[in-house]
Design a protein around this ligand. Structure first.
Ligand code: HEC
Length: 153
C-alpha cells in the first residue's frame, strides 16, 4: 500500500512538467514522425530543384511562422493565409473565413487533441493548402509549419 502511494507520487512528479509544458508525449511523437516523413519526401523535391535536401532538424519555426502569416501570393496580390481561419496566433480559437464556424486552437500547447493522429494532420494539411494555394504544400513547407506549431509556448 505504502509503496503504491510512493509510486503514485513519483508518477505525479514525472507527469507534472509535461502538463506544465502543455504538449503530450503523444503529440510530440506524431509531430516528430511527420517531420521525419516530410524530410524524407523533401529528398525527391530537392533533387528536382537541384538543392540540398532539408534534414528534419533543420525545419525552421521562423520560416513556418512566415508561411503561416503570409497574406500575399507570389505575384504580390492579397491572398488568404492559414491565419485567415486560424488567426495569427495558433494558440487562439479561430473562425472559418467562409462558414464562420469556430475552430479550436491549432497549437499543440493549447489543444491536447491536435497532432494526435498522423493521417488527420496529413488530410488537414492537404485540404487547407489546396484551399489557399490551389496546390498541396511542399513537404518542406509542412515541416516548417510543424516546427512553428511545436515552438509556440
Ligand atoms: C478556410 C479555413 C482554413 C484555412 C485557410 C486553414 N485552415 Fe487549417 N483548419 C481549418 C479547420 C476547419 C480545421 C479542422 C478543425 C478541427 O479539426 O477542429 C483545421 C485544422 C487544421 C489542422 C489539424 C491538426 C490536427 O491534428 O487536428 C492543421 C495541421 C491545419 N489546420 C493547418 C493549416 C495550415 C498550415 C494552414 C495554412 C496553409 C491552414 N490550416 C489553413 C480551417 C482552415
Amino acid at each position: 500500500m505504502k509503496t503504491k502511494s510512493v509510486v503514485v507520487v513519483l508518477a505525479a512528479l514525472f507527469v507534472t512538467p509535461a502538463i506544465a509544458q502543455g504538449i503530450s508525449e503523444g503529440q510530440r511523437e506524431v509531430i516528430k514522425k511527420l517531420m521525419a516523413d516530410y524530410a524524407a519526401q523533401d529528398k525527391a523535391v530537392a533533387a528536382k530543384q537541384k538543392r540540398n535536401p532539408i534534414r528534419a532538424e533543420e525545419f525552421s519555426a521562423e520560416s513556418g511562422k512566415q508561411l503561416f502569416l503570409k497574406t500575399k501570393n507570389w505575384e504580390g496580390e492579397d491572398a488568404p493565409s492559414c491565419s485567415s481561419c486560424h488567426t495569427d496566433d495558433p494558440r487562439q480559437k479561430g473562425k472559418h473565413a467562409a462558414s464562420k464556424k469556430p475552430i479550436l486552437p491549432l497549437a499543440p500547447v493549447s489543444n491536447p487533441d491536435r497532432f494526435t493522429n498522423v493521417a488527420k494532420v496529413e488530410k488537414n494539411f492537404s485540404t487547407h493548402c489546396q484551399e489557399i494555394y490551389s496546390r498541396d504544400c511542399e513537404p518542406a513547407e509542412k515541416g516548417h509549419y510543424l516546427a512553428y506549431f511545436l515552438s509556440v509556448k
